[in-house]
Design a binder for this molecule. Structure first.
Ligand code: PLP
Length: 480
């Protein structure tokens, strides 16, 4: 590492990125390249000799940027947001600069200790129950993604129940969630060896605004118990991926407790909103949870990846995930004086991710973060109102947080109920490159999702996006 070269190149790279942000609106939001485009543009093998940074920048401009979908564009409304910010970027930069691998406390005490402190700060902002703080048996940890978070708690819950009922009962274990739960849970079940038929995907429909009814869960649990199976894990979501529906945490949590099940709450997207007192009620009932997750890398100005997971009791996690090879032994760990986060996650190595979250919390402060969330929710409300002014469209499910689910209404005698119409509208607006939205299917209907949450989005972008949608709808309807 040549420090002076780093200084020179680093400044150039920061300039490059700052220029990118300045011109971000000039690019098509959704990349318009065809599969395999890059192979035709790059050589077959790596260079034998060093090339200039200037040449690399030129290739980034000409060859890489066309293949970028601009998640940070103010006209990005697809999936859920993946925020960046100056603070988050600086934290990433510093983390890359130190480039430590903090698997156990001794490998960089500040990395572990900052993570513990920052997760406690966040737990305080979210008003999580005391058991989720590091003072007792519980605490928070940063995972790469919500998928890893649900996997590690599922493994912990699985092993905890198997210690009680015996390892041979693995095939009797049953997991419960609604059909709106993120597919991350299905993947976790596959990895954890849960029998495929024992993953209960419970129906959550229009009547319950796509949230899981405790009665439906209770019925499934009772049936499984009668069949000699062992219910052991229930996952509730606050802000589902399709429509931002909110499962009733209190009832589902009590039910889980009554049947001795692990209760996980996935608030990957919507958890951020719960730092605002007026939205905190969405996680009322989190007292019942064994684990709670939220992605700071979604809607909390923290660059990807930074998924936060809290557990009330870290012991089952450690029991499932701990290894203690000779080459990692050290005095602090042997004396049980420290947390070794390697035992709370799948990989051994871990990045110094808490730096970026710490920088976000310090450089924004709670009040600004709350305003940030409120502004997006306000913009989503404005978009919802715009839809309501045009009788050709309908809002499909009640807006929660900053997600609006809507569709273009099909003609009365439309036999596919608007599926093709909305599919074509999605395709047309995204191909225009002006905005990027995504879709879902709710109650059999193809539905468009408009998620506000990119840091650069302002009111004018909402109005522009609405105009793009209206114009394409007009063209489509004319062509029918
Ligand atoms: N849970 C919910 C509710 C989500 O919306 C998402 C992604 O959008 C996930 C989990 C998966 O997140 P990750 O990509 O961090 O695994």
């Amino acid at each position: 590492m040549d420090a002076e070269q780093l200084r020179e190149y680093g400044h150039k790279m920061v300039d490059f990125i700052a220029d990118y942000y300045k011109s971000i609106e000039s690019f098509p939001v959704l990349s318009q390249v065809k599969p395999g485009y890059l192979k035709e543009l790059l050589p077959d093998s790596a260079p034998n000799h060093p090339e200039s940074l200037q040449d690399v920048f030129e290739d980034i401009r000409q060859k890489i940027i066309p293949g970028i979908t601009h998640w940070q564009s103010p006209e990005y409304f697809a999936y859920y947001p993946s925020n960046s910010s100056t603070a988050g970027f600086l934290g990433e930069m510093l983390s890359a600069g130190f480039n430590i691998v903090g698997f156990s406390w001794v490998t960089s005490p500040a990395a572990t200790e900052l993570e513990v402190i920052v997760l406690d700060w966040l737990a305080k902002m979210l008003k999580l129950p005391d058991q989720f703080f590091s003072a007792g048996q519980g605490g928070g940890v940063i995972q790469g993604t919500a998928s890893e978070a649900v996997l590690v708690v599922l493994l912990a819950a699985r092993d905890k129940i198997l210690r009680k009922v015996g390892k041979k009962s693995l095939e009797k274990l049953v997991v419960y969630a609604s059909d709106q739960t993120h597919s991350a849970l299905q993947k976790a079940c596959q990895i954890a060896g849960i029998v495929q038929d024992n993953f209960r995907v419970l129906k959550a429909d229009r009547n319950s605004n796509y949230s899981l009814c405790p009665e439906v869960a209770l019925e499934a649990i009772s049936n499984d118990l009668s069949a000699g199976l062992i219910p052991f894990f229930l996952c509730a979501t606050v802000g589902t991926t399709s429509s931002a529906a909110v499962d009733p945490l209190s009832e589902l949590g009590k039910l889980s407790k009554a049947y001795g099940m692990w209760f996980h709450v996935d608030a990957a997207y919507a958890g951020s909103a719960c730092i605002c007192p007026e939205y905190r009620h969405y996680i009322d009932g989190v007292e019942e949870a064994d684990s709670f997750g939220m992605n700071a890398h979604k809607w909390f100005l923290t660059n990807f990846d930074c998924s936060l997971l809290w557990v009330k009791d870290q012991r089952p996690l450690v029991q499932s995930l701990s290894t203690n090879p000779e080459f990692l032994k050290n005095k602090a760990s042997q004396e049980n004086a420290v947390v070794d986060f390697k035992d709370w996650q799948i990989p051994l190595g871990r990045r110094f991710r808490s730096l970026k979250l710490w920088m976000v919390l310090r450089l924004y402060g709670l009040e600004n973060l709350q305003s940030y969330i409120r502004n997006h929710i306000n913009l989503a409300e404005q978009f919802e109102q715009l839809i309501k002014t045009d009788s050709r469209f309908e809002v499909v499910s009640p807006r929660n947080f900053s997600l609006v689910c809507f569709r273009l209404l099909p003609a009365f005698d439309d036999h596919d109920n608007g599926y093709k119409l909305n599919y074509n509208l999605l395709d047309a607006v995204n191909a225009s490159g002006k905005i990027f939205i995504s879709h879902t299917v709710l109650s059999g209907n193809f539905v468009l999702r408009f998620a506000v949450g990119a840091p650069l989005t302002e009111e004018k972008h909402i109005k522009e996006a609405w105009k793009v949608l209206q114009d394409h709808a007009t063209t489509l309807l004319r062509s029918i």
